[in-house]
Design a protein around this ligand. Structure first.
Ligand SMILES: [Zn+2]
Length: 107
């Protein structure tokens, strides 16, 4: 699955949204790790999709972006969730965004 395959829909305007990315580089990776979240600027809604986050982490391993010394998927997930949560909190506090769940299919 490539980055371009991650698509969710804003629950308010039904707009097709591709992720924005936070840089989640860690000591065990020389590469930059992009951590996905979804935002709709028009509706001021923002979403961390756990499934997409897990898929992104799996793809780092598959693509060799993280070394063999990397912590478990669970640990990595926890750390990256932390990273992206901070960014989303910042958006909510400073730009009036609200957290909500974006939809998988446009219906
Ligand atoms: Zn929207």
């Amino acid at each position: 699955m490539s980055k371009d395959d991650y698509v969710l829909y804003c629950p308010k305007c039904n707009g097709e949204k591709r992720p924005d990315w936070v840089i989640g580089t860690r000591s065990y990776s020389a590469q930059r790790l992009d951590v996905p979240y979804f935002a709709c600027g028009g509706c001021r809604l923002i979403c961390i999709d756990r499934t997409v986050l897990r898929q992104a982490i799996s793809s780092w391993r598959r693509d060799g972006l993280v070394s063999k010394n990397t912590p478990s998927h669970k640990q990595l997930y926890k750390e990256m969730l932390d990273v992206v949560n901070k960014v989303v909190d910042m958006y909510c506090q400073t730009a009036g965004y609200k957290r909500c769940r974006f939809r998988k299919a446009n219906s």
